[in-house]
Design a protein around this ligand. Structure first.
Ligand SMILES: [Zn+2]
Length: 488
């Protein structure tokens, strides 16, 4: 366990999304006050997933508030665990994030409980008995702590600490958060969307800050400029699969990705680019999220051109609500398209579809987004010949296709553009939420393009935030728990 040194100036501790893409958690200490920015779950590699079980590095009861950027599990998924371990403060986020996080956390708790139950029944857990990380009761208790904020309206947290949420254009409700505290300011990018999101309003530009913490999922890459028709990789895969009598499985994040996939499929049906086949949404969570998006469209919260527009028009759209309906899709009576979560096939109903669909070469799996190292999605993308599911190996004979045009993360150019738009003269930019090569490459790009110092922090590293002139010494937190000086 890491004990934090007394903070004479604000300190920032990187408790996740450092050295990995998932588990975003940043602890901001101002004197004896503690604020947590995001409380995400580690996903993917087992080495990281096991850290979800570690005691929280600082007593949760001592954290005053959580500031939540958005509702993805790798940003909010450990909130119920934090509450279970004693956190009783407020969780601040936008109203759409609160709605989506409600869906995500209840679903996550349900999956945790189911997985533990399943492991106990089948006896494949190393722990006996297997336990969930948290339960639905923990999630419900967590949701009662949520308090919503408006975009671009400073939230006064008292004692000279304030936080301002600005649109991040990543998923509905997503925000970058600028915290002013103790004579300094830190801007947390959260996940940043591309300049032009197919459904959401574009991201805004926060005020400059002394320090910035920016994601770097695609920090070493540019999204390829679209050639020809949009999403042709997907359209072609659907045409061929249906042509040979197979079915298409699209693993998709329930929140945002499913909505975009439905919009894209609607356009393909409308333009006659794919044959008319039934589309099944097999995810109660996706359906719930879809309703939040539809309500947002009616409020004018989405792109202006979607207001009042019928942006999801699929001739035969079916919703699999019950477990029986879900299982029935494993033997469809005719070729169809199934959309199920989770997007990286780490859990959820998509796993049992993979189990049934992967062994048949007539079928096709279309991956629609970033697949983190250690996930089944990444293994499929990299040509795995078998996948482990529920303790068994399943052969992969189905066609695997990646449609790279779905990303809702900005690429290196988008991220640099955001930093440039924010401007100012930051003391340092901390690069997080990227695999190692990606974060390092982005640090170099920041230096080359903007002349700013980019630092890739280590997991559990602590830095002092001071606006005096730093000489950029950054040392890994030692066993003594000393704070790394950033202003030596
Ligand atoms: Zn996200």
């Amino acid at each position: 366990m890491t004990s934090l040194a007394p903070a004479t100036r604000p300190t920032l501790t990187f408790l996740g999304a450092a050295g990995t893409v998932t588990g975003s958690k940043f602890l901001l200490a101002v004197d004896d006050r503690r604020f947590l920015i995001d409380c995400g779950m580690f996903q993917g590699d087992k080495e990281w997933r096991l850290r979800n079980w570690d005691p929280f590095p600082t007593p949760p009861a001592g954290i005053e508030a959580v500031l939540l950027t958005h509702a993805h599990l790798d940003h909010c998924g450990m909130l119920p665990r934090l509450v279970k371990q004693g956190f009783t403060g407020r969780i601040y986020c936008t109203s759409d994030t609160a709605e989506l996080a409600t869906i995500v956390l209840l679903d996550s708790a349900h999956l945790q409980e189911k997985d533990a139950e399943h492991a106990n029944e089948k006896g494949y857990s190393k722990h006996a008995p297997a336990e969930p990380l948290y339960t639905q009761a923990d999630a419900e208790k967590t949701l009662r702590l949520f308090k919503t904020v408006e975009f671009d309206t400073p939230l006064d947290l008292g004692g000279g600490v304030s936080a301002t949420f600005t649109r991040a254009g990543h998923i509905l409700g997503s925000a970058s958060i600028r915290v002013a505290a103790g004579g300094t300011s830190v801007l947390f990018s959260g996940d940043l969307g591309r300049r032009d999101h197919p459904i959401l309003q574009s991201r805004g530009t926060p005020a400059p800050a002394d320090f910035m913490v920016i994601e770097s999922t695609y920090g070493d890459r540019e999204h390829p400029a679209p050639e020809g028709l949009p999403h042709e990789a997907m359209a072609e895969a659907i045409r061929k699969t249906i042509g040979r009598g197979g079915s298409v499985l699209i693993p998709a994040f329930a929140v945002d990705r499913t909505e975009i996939v439905l919009k894209v499929l609607s356009e393909m049906f409308r333009d006659g680019r794919i044959p008319h086949v039934p589309v099944h949404i097999n995810s109660p969570m996706s359906l719930a999220a879809l309703h939040v998006y539809q309500a947002a469209a009616e409020r004018g919260e989405l792109r202006a051109d979607l207001k009042d527009a019928d942006w999801i028009t699929i001739p035969e759209l079916h919703e699999a609500k019950t477990q029986e309906e879900s299982v029935a899709l494993n033997n469809p009576s005719r070729p169809c398209i199934i959309i199920a979560s989770s997007g990286m096939a780490t859990g959820g109903r998509v796993v049992h579809h993979l189990q049934y669909m992967l062994p048949n070469p007539k079928n096709c799996v279309i991956l629609t987004g970033y697949q983190a190292v250690g996930t089944r999605g990444r293994d499929l993308q990299q040509g795995a010949e078998q996948l482990k599911m529920y303790g068994r190996y399943i052969p992969v004979r189905a066609q695997i296709v990646t449609d790279g045009q779905f990303s809702v993360h900005g690429d290196a150019g988008d991220l640099i553009g955001w930093l440039r738009d924010v401007g100012g003269d930051p003391e340092a930019v901390f690069i997080v939420h990227g695999e190692e090569g990606s974060a390092e490459a982005f640090a170099k790009k920041i230096k080359a393009d903007l002349g700013w110092m980019g630092v890739v922090p280590h997991y559990e590293e602590v830095v002092r935030l001071t606006t005096s002139h730093p000489t950029k010494a950054s040392v890994q937190l030692g066993a003594t728990g000393s704070v790394n000086d950033f202003d030596i």
